[in-house]
Design a binder for this molecule. Structure first.
Ligand code: NAD
Length: 340
């Protein structure tokens, strides 16, 4: 039996998770929820997804736009085993009671607080702890990117401390509400940015401090990492370690990938849907050990890196697969996350 998945909030993250779920053999989309008719709603129908209105009062809007609606969120929840809540940050809480009422499991996104779900998820770091839970939160794009590399480093060499500067994209490419900006904005101005504490919601023992700057770009985030490791290793050891991780893609400036622009072009040339780059993009020629400390750069595609983690989180909560690495393998194979 396939797990029946509902998507509440069919925007940047929700529509990508819907397609990623549809690509898996052990889960299927029962329906997607929109607040109002839009081109995204129309395309969702064309893809064969059942469309549901967020509330009864929205239904007329859909009818006027000649978009057939299968019911409301309330009705969809009767059919589903689990809901992916990808509504805008801080909206998820209003739905928690509804999910509980319908006895449906729920996965929220990084815009929500850890406390809402009581459990923050990353596929490699804590899949086992998610097994059978009712609620989880897939951490934000930046935190997912940080946990992937820090978990790998910590497991292999022990992380004594991590100091990270995040250069954040100001808005998503489709966003006309928040951008563009013509400035570099320290955000927040005072230490720490929320990313360090958020990493600690999954890896509580890691000594991490983060600073963040909002930048005039929509493509990707860029992280500059400096870590002190407990055990000695070489630059080649780190390259090998990252090269073996399932969601880290090593690139090189010698290959003419010198920026987030070329990293995005790589994803498009690979034929990725929507030009998505699900993996952390780590520059192998940035990996440097200097005075005993490790430095490197990575780029994170904010619109898509959390998508495979959502698929794994569904598997863990629904108990479809007990072994995290097996789930990661299934997800990666179904999506086509393979080495170049
Ligand atoms: P989005 O604005 O692109 O999409 C949100 C969708 O939810 C929209 O379709 C909107 O119409 C719908 N919506 C709004 N209010 C609703 C309601 N009350 N009920 C049902 N649907 C409603 O947002 P997004 O970027 O996909 O973000 C969703 C979540 O994912 C947030 O928690 C965000 O922090 C997190 N996240 C976003 C990114 C990113 O870069 N976009 C990356 C990782 C995590």
């Amino acid at each position: 039996m396939k797990a029946k998945v509902a998507i509440n909030g069919y925007g940047t993250i929700g529509k990508r998770v819907a397609d990623a779920v549809s690509a898996q053999e052990d889960m299927e989309i029962t329906g997607v929820v929109k607040t109002r008719p839009s081109f995204e709603a129309r395309i969702a129908k064309e893809k064969g997804y059942q469309l549901y209105a967020a509330a009864k009062e929205n239904i007329d809007d859909f009818r006027k736009s000649k978009l057939e609606i299968s019911g409301t969120l309330d009705e969809l929840l009767d059919e589903a085993d689990i809901v992916i809540d990808a509504t805008p940050g801080d909206t998820g809480e209003e739905y928690k009671k509804l999910y509980e009422k319908h006895g449906v499991k729920a996965i929220w996104q990084g815009g929500e607080e850890h406390e809402l779900a009581g459990f923050s998820f990353n596929s490699e770091a804590n899949y086992k702890d998610a097994l059978g839970r009712d609620f989880a939160r897939v951490v934000s794009c930046n935190t997912t990117g940080l946990v992937r590399v820090l978990y790998a480093l910590d497991s292999a060499y022990g992380v004594k401390k991590a100091r990270v500067t995040l250069m954040r994209r100001a808005a998503d490419p489709n966003d006309i509400k928040t951008g563009p900006i013509n400035a570099l904005v320290p955000d927040p101005i005072k230490l720490p940015s929320h990313h360090g504490p958020d990493v600690n919601s999954i890896l509580p023992h890691i000594d991490i401090t983060t600073m963040a700057v909002k930048t005039s770009t929509t493509l990707m985030h860029l992280h500059a990492l400096n870590t002190e490791l407990k055990n000695k290793c070489s630059e080649d050891d780190i390259t090998k370690l990252f090269g073996e991780r399932p969601r880290i893609r090593l690139v090189s400036s010698r290959d003419r990938i010198k920026s987030t622009a070329e990293a995005m072009e790589l994803a498009k040339d690979m034929g990725r849907p929507r030009g998505d780059m699900w993996e952390n993009v780590v520059w192998k020629d940035s990996i440097s050990i200097d005075k005993g400390e490790l430095y490197f750069f990575q780029a994170i595609h904010q619109e898509s890196d959390v998508v495979p983690e959502n698929v794994d989180a569904i598997r863990a909560l629904c108990g479809l697969e007990k072994d995290g690495m097996k789930s990661i393998k299934k997800t990666n194979e179904a999506l086509g996350i393979t080495a170049l």
